[in-house]
Design a protein around this ligand. Structure first.
Ligand SMILES: [Mn+2]
Length: 352
């Protein structure tokens, strides 16, 4: 039996709402990843199975590599119809907020969200949730929000009626947020959950192929270009930096999601403990930042100290207002500041 992360009292309010609330809008973050879409669709399938009206609303569209997920074709994108989306949010009985915990992550949906009189339910695994939710189920130690959806359904007493659609969406979220169970996944209860999902009929090998062996030729060639030409390794700092300009991205017919996972690649190098990836986003006029680290090296602290970003200890992000070369300067200065630090976990970045 899996020990549930939620006690009966944690889910009692949501259970109470389910007694009267019919209209649910499930919100997730901009640039949704496998966990954002997987957890949202799983909850959507669950609520519909309970006879509720439920819809998933995202700020922008879901990436192509997730479009095969059951229910993905019904996801609404705010950018496609802002007026109808605002109305949906204002008329909802319950807004379920999955895989984000601050309104800045839902872009243009934020104002409708804040004005809505709907009950606001947060289910998430990022640290430091905002205060505008009525119920907060926040578990930063969880692998993924999808894992928490599994726990929620179980805590509501509905494990038996979990169907294959829900199970596939949950597995996809767990898989993509743990690099196919290779990080953030070192506890047995997660494997218990995976085992239950397999019993529900999930074909994990097939899901792996659909998600990871699904690149375009352009994407794979961009990866080759990045590794060969664009990856800088600072051996004395156990760190790596990849940058991509808008021009370079266009040369490879960049499509959203094509750079997914690039930031993880340098961590395959022996001795690299922290990796950064900076991408020029001409559309938004900013530099998008991603950070990854291993063990107790806190890349979220690096991101917050030098870029006002944030995230998990081993996976963080941020945005930089300025040019790509200014962002690189800021990165190098940050490393210099850290090299003066005496903290053990940071000092290890600078031991050759
Ligand atoms: Mn997640």
């Amino acid at each position: 039996m899996i020990e549930n992360v939620f006690s009966g009292s944690d889910v009692s309010e949501f259970r109470f709402w389910m007694g009267w609330a019919d209209r649910y809008v499930i919100l997730t973050h901009m640039g949704p990843d496998g966990d954002a879409i997987g957890s949202s669709l799983a909850l959507c399938h669950y609520l519909r199975s309970k006879g509720k009206q439920a819809v998933v609303l995202v700020p922008d569209s879901a990436p192509d590599f997730l479009k095969w997920l059951p229910g993905a074709d019904e996801i609404k994108a705010y950018s496609d119809n802002p007026a109808a989306s605002d109305e949906m949010v204002s008329k909802a009985d319950v807004l379920c907020c999955l895989d984000f915990n601050v309104v800045s992550r839902i872009g243009n949906i934020a104002s409708a969200f804040l004005y809505s009189k709907a009950k606001k339910f947060l289910l998430d695994h990022h640290p430091f949730p905002g205060s505008y939710f009525d119920v907060i189920l926040s578990h930063p130690e969880a692998s993924s929000t999808s894992e928490l959806v599994f726990h929620l359904i179980c805590a509501l007493g509905d494990f038996r009626s979990m169907d294959l659609n829900m199970a596939e969406c949950i597995y996809t979220g767990i898989m993509t947020d743990t690099g196919a169970l290779s990080y953030n996944s070192n506890y047995s209860s997660l494997f218990n959950i995976v085992s239950h999902l397999l019993d529900k009929g999930v074909d994990k090998d097939d899901i792996y192929r659909r998600v990871y062996n699904n690149y375009s030729e352009d994407r794979l060639r961009l990866q080759g270009f990045v590794l060969c030409e664009k990856m800088q390794v600072f051996r004395d700092k156990s760190t790596s930096l990849i940058t991509l300009t808008d021009e370079e991205l266009r040369r490879f017919n960049y499509k959203k999601g094509d750079t997914e996972g690039f930031v993880n690649m340098p961590l395959q190098i022996n001795g690299v403990l922290m990796s950064a990836f900076f991408r020029e986003d001409k559309e938004q006029g900013i530099i998008k930042l991603s950070f990854r680290s291993v063990g107790d090296v806190p890349c979220n602290r690096f991101s917050s100290e030098f870029f006002h970003g944030g995230g998990h200890i081993n996976a963080a992000g941020g945005e930089f207002n300025g040019t790509l070369s200014e962002a690189v300067d800021c990165f190098l200065k940050g490393l210099d500041v850290w090299s003066g630090s005496s903290e053990e976990c940071i000092r290890r970045l600078f031991v050759k």
